[in-house]
Design a protein around this ligand. Structure first.
Ligand code: 6PG
Length: 232
């Protein structure tokens, strides 16, 4: 895999992605727990890749009450919907640990109201860095179209430079998403991208070959130093 920037690291899992990725994350959370006196703020992405890893991570011994979990992006569906990222992460992970967790989707609220409330929550719960809410760690995924979070190619959220959480209509999926925006993603202490499988390898290679400027992940790669990849 040709890497054009030394400021990124690839952790290539050896045997089993779930086990090795869990170990990597566990050690990361241990370091965060040790280096902090207050709460540790972590934002989790949806999708399928993280779920088995989170299933295993919840069995690890950490001071879970020190960790506050947030959501990177959400489908605008009820929490009971199988498409709900919060619902899936609740089943796989949150339900087993005593950490505080904050859903982006608010039952009975409009999409606009939900994102407005979430942005307010970030300002209430998170420390500030560069004047913006600061996540100690953000886990991102990578879509087959180069999207990350719910920042999809050719969608309005890509151009958002002020709001931290927006409603993003995704015509190519005929759906409405709620998502963190680049300013708050790029302000994180650490970003780990979890991407596995041949299709994702190809996208990663295109991204690092500078041949994928249309991919939303490209901006993260270009502007975020020390990006960490968990891949197989
Ligand atoms: C979502 C995610 C999205 C995800 C990628 C990768 O709501 O779907 O936040 O950005 O991380 O689509 O998903 P997989 O891990 O399922 O490939």
């Amino acid at each position: 895999m040709k890497i054009i920037k030394e400021s990124h690291s690839f952790f290539k899992t050896e045997n089993d992605y779930t086990t090795d990725a869990c170990t990597y994350l566990y050690e990361k959370l241990q370091r965060l727990q040790t280096s902090h006196t207050g709460p540790v703020a972590i934002a989790l992405s949806g999708g399928s890749t993280p779920l088995p890893v989170l299933e295993l991570l919840k069995t690890k011994s950490l001071d879970w009450e020190r960790f506050n979990f947030f959501i990177v992006d959400e489908r605008f569906v009820p929490l009971s919907d199988p498409q709900s990222n919060f619902n899936n992460i609740e089943s796989a992970f949150f339900s087993a640990i005593p950490s505080k967790k904050y859903s982006m989707y608010l039952e009975g609220k409009s999409a606009e109201e939900s994102v407005m409330q979430y942005e307010k929550l970030l300002h209430e719960k998170l420390a500030l860095k560069n004047g913006l809410p600061f996540f100690d760690l953000i886990l991102l995924g990578l879509g087959e179209d180069g999207h990350t979070a719910s920042l999809f190619p050719a969608t309005a959220a890509l151009n958002e430079t002020a709001a931290l959480v927006v409603v993003n209509v995704v015509p190519q999926l005929n759906t409405t998403r709620l998502t963190l925006t680049y300013p708050v993603l790029l302000n994180a202490g650490s970003i780990i991208v979890m991407a596995k499988g041949a299709t994702k390898h190809k996208i990663i290679e295109e991204l690092y070959a500078g041949a994928a400027s249309g991919y939303p992940m490209a901006k993260i790669i270009d502007e975020y130093d020390n990006l960490e990849w968990l891949t197989d």
